[in-house]
Design a protein around this ligand. Structure first.
Ligand SMILES: [Zn+2]
Length: 568
């Protein structure tokens, strides 16, 4: 009897232990690889794949897709680029996406040595799939590419395996990484994007920049700045995280964002100026922005050391999270704003009108109403503290380097408010043209067409010779650029209308498509951000030449079929 009672009791205890155990395990949050390692190492490709496999196993909201593959190098093999599609409905393709919610696309650590961008993205993926942010999926769809540069990540370097700066490759799309980043954007056409980076050590722990190219409708910049950034700033303040809109300091007359390798002499000793983030189209912000998107770059302050990895992952995470939550709060407005602008752009590009301008060249200008900007920054001071003693010492005892632990935090830097008078907050177009209906591109420019196709720009091909009315440019003066990635220093031309021949095999690129803003920016010879500035396309003409790309401004019946419409 006693035995029976005892065994019942033991069975009960075992059950109790089992259930408590289940509860314990159910509540144990899943750690990111970096959390598990207590931020003692950077998370690498295999650990990311394992972590995502674990999350995908337990969450029906996460679908992981391979969207590209890096190139193999002797010292590092090729790796899959992993996209996390996180939705309430658990969809895995754009056609199934619930379009009543905005879609937010995040790309992490395109620069391999900006590690916290990736660690914070992984944390966000965890919280959206199995953590406290699951309810946000009622309001927002997510596409997250947490590690956009596995090679750079492994070697802790900025470039990819081709030694390319991926954030200057969004026009050429020469790297498999940039091609994948861009393809995901074009296939899903998210309303909002965020490219996550790290800057240097800075008083402002999180900085976010919004669209700045004047071809992008001004309402997107206004909404970004006045609503989203302002609210994110407020939320970050509550977390004691310092924030300022992303600012760039560069020497006057130098384009520090173009991707140019300036010589020491050219960098020179010119005065510094300050501006918002670049108007260039080859980075990860204006490149999706040009499709009328709410596009951002987040830059976390960084000393690029393991010691601060946990701390910087923390504030990068909150920058991302608060932006995601704000997008959720303003979902309806965002959908109507972005989709409305995209529709309007398509309509405009379908008709030739003198009022429909595309801005080809632009400059950063001062604002009379805002003659200076006040910001906080760290200044190095003389170090009053040499280090911390490991053990007690008496006066007269010898002190060696081994007795001291370095003391580097806060003591050697103080915060100073600076007033920047070389402040150029605005952008002013300096050269604009009327958007044509289309461009005629001769058949020999196959590499130009390949790039356009990579951008998912619709290209047609002539199936027989025909006459065509077009506008052509004759070059009257030209001075080549000194550097690859820069437009000609000087280019002037005369424009005339003529009846010309389009040959079988020539290409025809209509502007009445989603890329309506991008197409003229890439193809016009006077464009500051056009294909002409990359030496690989060999597009720089000589004086007296007729520029090979013709502008079509009249609607005409033409013998065209879509070029390469097939899918892989
Ligand atoms: Zn970066």
């Amino acid at each position: 009897m006693i035995l029976k009672y005892k065994s019942k009791n033991i069975a009960f205890m075992i059950c109790l232990l089992f259930f408590t155990g289940c509860l314990f395990f159910a509540q144990e949050p899943i750690k990111t690889p970096a959390e598990k390692a207590h931020y003692s190492e950077y998370t690498q490709h295999q650990a990311i794949a394992r972590f995502l496999s674990h999350l995908a196993e337990i969450s029906g909201n996460l679908k992981v897709r391979v969207v590209g593959r890096t190139l193999a190098r002797e010292e590092y093999s090729s790796k899959d680029l992993l996209l996390c599609i996180i939705t309430e409905e658990g969809v895995s393709s754009p056609v199934d996406l619930n379009r009543s919610k905005p879609t937010f696309y995040i790309v992490g650590a395109k620069h391999g040595n900006e590690q916290s961008a990736k660690e914070a993205s992984l944390m966000l993926i965890r919280d959206l799939t199995v953590g406290e942010l699951q309810t946000l999926l009622h309001k927002v769809n997510f596409l997250i590419l947490p590690a956009a540069n596995p090679y750079g990540n492994w070697f802790d370097v900025r470039q990819n395996e081709q030694d390319l700066d991926l954030n200057r490759d969004q026009v050429k799309l020469e790297s498999p990484e940039s091609e994948a980043i861009n393809r995901v954007f074009r296939e899903w056409m998210p309303e909002a994007t965020m490219d996550v980076h790290e800057k240097g050590d800075d008083f402002y722990q999180v900085s976010i920049g919004c669209v700045s190219n004047p071809n992008i409708d001004a309402s997107l910049q206004e909404f970004s700045r006045d609503v989203l950034l302002s609210e994110v700033n407020h939320k970050l303040k509550e977390k004691n995280i310092t924030f300022y809109e992303y600012l760039v300091r560069q020497r006057m007359g130098i384009d520090s964002s173009a991707g140019v390798n300036y010589s020491e002499d050219d960098r020179g000793t010119r005065e510094f100026m300050m501006r918002y983030s670049t108007t260039d189209l080859n980075d990860g912000r204006n490149s999706p922005g040009i499709y009328e998107s709410l596009s951002f770059i987040q830059e976390g302050a960084s000393r690029h050391d393991l010691e601060t990895l946990g701390e910087r992952t923390h504030y990068q995470y909150y920058g991302l999270r608060f932006m995601a939550e704000r997008i959720g709060e303003h979902g309806k407005e965002i959908i109507s704003l972005v989709r409305g602008l995209r529709k309007k752009l398509l309509q405009k590009a379908g008709e030739y009108s003198e009022d429909d301008l595309v801005h080809l060249r632009m400059k950063y200008v001062r604002d009379e109403k805002e003659p200076f900007i006040k910001i906080n920054r760290f200044v190095r001071t003389e170090r009053p503290i040499l280090g911390l003693l490991k053990e007690d010492k008496k006066a007269g005892d010898p002190l060696t380097y081994g007795d001291v632990v370095p003391y580097s935090r806060a003591s050697d830097r103080k915060i100073e408010e600076v007033v920047v008078t070389n402040w150029f907050p605005k952008v002013s177009p300096t050269k604009s043209v009327i958007r044509p209906l289309a461009y005629l591109i001769p058949s020999q420019f196959g590499d130009v067409i390949d790039t356009l196709v990579k951008h998912r720009i619709k290209v047609d091909v002539f199936i027989e010779d025909c006459f065509l009315d077009a506008q052509v440019y004759t070059i009257t003066d030209i001075a080549e650029a000194e550097y690859d990635y820069l437009p000609p220093q000087k280019i002037s031309m005369e424009e005339k209308e003529m009846n010309t021949v389009a040959k079988q095999g020539d290409f025809y690129v209509t502007c009445a498509q989603e890329g309506a803003n991008l197409i003229p920016c890439l193809l016009e010879p006077e464009s500051q951000y056009g294909l002409i500035r990359y030496w690989k396309y060999q597009l720089v003409p000589e004086k007296g030449d007729v520029f090979p790309f013709y502008r079509v401004i009249k609607k005409q019946e033409l013998p065209l079929v879509p070029y390469v419409p097939w899918k892989r």
